[in-house]
Design a binder for this molecule. Structure first.
Ligand SMILES: *[C@@H]1O[C@H](CO)[C@@H](O)[C@H](O)[C@H]1NC(C)=O
Ligand SMILES: *[C@@H]1O[C@H](CO)[C@@H](O)[C@H](O)[C@H]1NC(C)=O
Length: 180
């Protein structure tokens, strides 16, 4: 009994460590062209709920991704500032690992494309600082409609990243901010 318990604890640990270093396991055969174009942010989740709540630094409505000649991505989004929806962009730079990028926003962030279909993408963001790591998981769609399978995949990903279900925000229930 003890052995089984120990073994499962050990396995759990390996899984977590692997998850944190390699993680958000990069998608095989990632092609940046699949993620370009316009998007709607459907769900946001974070290990720290306050960052995706009203006024939070990561409460963002992504509206588009453009591929630059050098391989970097220009990610545009809207963010509410003093009650107004303001258009912004960040440049996600290639890391050498297909599907993983890095960008500066309140420190260094790692962006990983975890799942990509014709209609949906799941993006994993990790902000690392001395105070600790904050993880964000985002579900974006080509339209505002959702899909049960994609939602399940998204949910599984949030669990793997130790995000509790209470920290998933459904933006279809929120005042949107996709236009100025
Ligand atoms: C990124 O895209 C936005 C919106 O299309 C544009 O205004 C901005 O100039 C672009 N930034 C760069 C560095 O290409
Ligand atoms: C992200 O990391 C930076 C330092 O790299 C830190 O200043 C900032 O507060 C972090 N953001 C969040 C939301 O934790």
């Amino acid at each position: 009994m003890k052995l089984i318990l120990l073994l499962s604890v050990g396995l759990g640990l390996t899984w977590t460590l692997q998850d944190d270093i390699l993680d958000a396991s990069v998608l095989q055969g990632f092609d940046p062209k699949q993620v370009t174009g316009s998007w709607y942010t459907l769900k946001l989740a974070s290990t720290d709920r306050s960052v995706i709540e009203e006024g939070g630094a990561y409460l963002c409505f992504m509206t588009g991704i453009a591929l630059q000649d050098n391989g970097n991505l220009n990610v545009t989004y809207f963010h509410r500032e003093d009650g107004k929806c303001v258009k912004k962009f960040y440049i996600a730079e290639e890391t050498g690992i297909p599907g993983r990028y890095t960008f500066e926003y309140q420190g260094t962030n790692y962006l990983t494309f975890v799942d990509v279909t014709e209609d949906f993408i799941i993006m994993d963001l990790e902000n690392q600082s001395k105070g600790g790591t904050v993880i964000m998981s985002e579900l974006h769609g080509r339209s505002l409609s959702t899909d049960e399978i994609e939602w399940q995949l998204y949910y599984i990903h949030t669990r793997r990243r130790n995000i509790v279900p209470e920290n998933i925000v459904d933006l279809s229930l929120t005042r949107r901010c996709d236009t100025p």
